[in-house]
Design a protein around this ligand. Structure first.
Ligand SMILES: C[S@@+](CC[C@H](N)C(=O)[O-])C[C@H]1O[C@@H](n2cnc3c(N)ncnc32)[C@H](O)[C@@H]1O
Length: 399
């Protein structure tokens, strides 16, 4: 589908993306507003607001999250929240579609120019910015923008980005070998005649991608491996900006190559945990409630392959003898390995089982007490703490 027809009808892959955005934003806003600081959500490639078939686009989803916060009389003391929607082409449609929503501002123009302006304006306040980056292809994603984010000391940012690794490689092959492999010959991708090798270096923040393409061309690696290696390298670039980066491959079943990768970057472990917990929940709810079975037929959802993973074994391997690890660090390591395949609650259940703490549960009865959970803090009532709250001083040790 060419980009001119993008808004005719919302496609299944856009619906998958929406689940992630909407699942995360509500708990994220609640958490951030609780700190008392201003919060800005920037939809950097906003679109029309609504698809021509009536389905909502990201701007309406975001505007509704804000409306619910403003309407809520009890839960939010701090309502200093605003959304900016940057849109180059469909800004008039977007303004119309957002007419009845407050604290929502449409910026007509380019992401590249306006994002710097937004950062400059918010510099004085201790603002939290959530950037949703959903372009058609990769051409507007110069890494310079992320480097700019790295150097902001008063603004804390998080990004959720639809990164078209497929499209990047396609452009890469076109530019380096003048030949696009059949795996990448797909009509659903916006072709961008203006790209150049130096522009691709700027997007990738390095030249590593060129070697990947050469290795594929000399059959050292498969296309599937090329995409994996590329995204690992790109993720390590983003890890120079954010402490925690996870990527979620959105795969079509008929094709092993991900259609795109959703990349989430944050400097706060709480943001990371929130994303993992909520994404897992949204997928499960989505699977239970959706009537749109075409999505299951077409997409391989993130938990598809986890049947083969023995979580108890994985966790035990991460806790070396005589070397305790904090619960927080253990969760971070697990997420680094498995992305959003498991929820935080699933990890906690395994920990409880391995420690034998939950004797009343079947898992507890058969547990071998392989680990010990050490809680180095007191509860306000003086009772023995039993929780697994990552903000508390909790350590895990092998026994
Ligand atoms: C994939 S669509 C966004 C869809 C939207 N997230 C939704 O859920 O409805 C990308 C949008 O970015 C706009 N666009 C393209 N290049 C842009 C740029 N450099 N700056 C701002 N907007 C741009 C396009 O006009 C298009 O509306």
């Amino acid at each position: 589908m060419a980009s001119e027809n993008f808004f005719d009808k919302k496609q299944p892959w856009s619906k998958v993306k929406d689940k992630v955005v909407s699942g995360y934003l509500e708990p994220y806003c609640a958490k951030l507003l609780f700190t008392g600081k201003p919060l800005k959500i920037v939809d950097c490639f906003a679109g029309k607001g609504k698809f021509d078939d009536g389905e909502e686009g990201s701007p309406l989803m975001i505007a509704k999250v804000i409306r619910n916060i403003l309407k809520n009389e009890t839960s939010y003391k701090n309502k200093n929240i605003e959304a900016c929607f940057i849109e180059k082409k469909y800004h008039d449609d977007l303004k119309n579609n957002l007419l009845y929503f407050s604290q929502c501002r449409v910026i007509s123009g380019n992401f590249e120019e306006n994002i710097s302006e937004i950062l400059k304006k918010n510099k004085k306040e201790e603002t939290s910015l959530f950037l949703y980056i959903d372009p058609y292809g990769i051409k507007s994603l110069s890494f310079k923008i992320f480097n700019k984010l790295k150097n902001m000391d008063t603004i804390s940012t998080e990004i959720l980005m639809n990164f078209n690794s497929f499209g990047f490689l396609r452009e890469g092959f076109r530019l380096i070998s003048h030949d696009i492999p059949t795996d990448l010959l797909e009509s659903n991708y916006e072709i961008d005649g203006k790209n150049s090798i130096s522009r691709m270096n700027e997007i990738a923040n390095g030249i590593y991608w060129q070697k990947i393409i050469k290795d594929k061309n000399s059959n050292k690696i498969t296309m599937y491996e090329a995409e994996e290696i590329f995204i690992q390298e790109y993720t390590s670039q983003l890890k120079t900006v954010y402490n925690y980066v996870i990527n979620i491959p959105i795969k079509e079943k008929r094709n092993r190559l991900p259609k795109y990768r959703l990349i989430f970057g944050t400097n706060h472990y709480e943001g990371l945990f929130l994303m993992v917990e909520n994404m897992k929940k949204s997928w499960t709810l989505f699977l239970d409630s959706t009537n749109d079975h075409s999505l299951f037929d077409e997409f391989e959802l993130p938990e598809y392959n986890i049947g083969k993973i023995n979580l108890e074994e994985v966790i035990l391997n991460l806790i070396t003898k005589n070397n305790r690890i904090s619960l927080r660090d253990l969760l971070i390591k697990l997420i680094d390995m498995h992305g959003i395949s498991f929820s935080i609650s699933q990890y906690k259940d395994v920990l409880v089982k391995l420690s034998g703490e939950s004797k009343s549960s079947l898992g507890g009865l058969f547990a071998d007490n392989k680990i010990q959970i050490i809680r180095e803090y007191k509860t306000p009532t003086g009772k023995e703490p039993r929780d697994l709250d990552w903000n508390n001083k909790i350590y895990i040790e092998r026994v």
